[in-house]
Design a protein. Structure first.
Length: 128
């Protein structure tokens, strides 16, 4: 079994189940899904879809930083949307949070997400 460590930060929401915010194994960090929870209140952020997507990026960023990287270290990003009509908005906001080379990515339409969220993202990050 590879040497692995748990990544945790108070700057992102606590896990709402039996999982870690991220696990580091070697130079690879496996980021758990983040929904638009405010880490201070553990409630979904108020506001429109843009506010929700930004909160997810902020949550992912906090976990990446706790692991010793940043969003730019993400090599694979998975996006889950309850309504795929928000795909264009996610693309526009990604341009603010990421730069080239863009991560590999998948975007999936899903029936529902935890706590009634409209968006969730997880990813794989490589350090070094």
């Amino acid at each position: 079994m590879p040497n692995r460590s748990v990544i945790h930060t108070d700057q992102a929401p606590e896990a709402i189940g039996p999982y870690s915010q991220a696990i580091k194994a070697g130079d690879t960090v496996w980021l758990s899904g983040q929904i638009p929870l405010d880490p201070a209140t553990m409630e979904l952020v108020e506001g429109d879809m843009e506010a929700q997507v930004r909160r997810v990026f902020e949550n992912l960023s906090a976990v990446c930083e706790a692991a010793g990287g940043g969003l730019q270290s993400i090599v694979k990003l998975q996006i889950y949307l309850v309504d795929l009509s928000h795909f264009g908005l996610v693309n526009e906001l990604m341009k603010e949070y990421f730069s080239e080379p863009w991560p590999a990515r998948a975007a999936l339409g899903v029936a529902s997400l935890p706590k009634g969220a409209a968006v969730e993202m997880d990813g794989i990050m490589i350090l070094g």
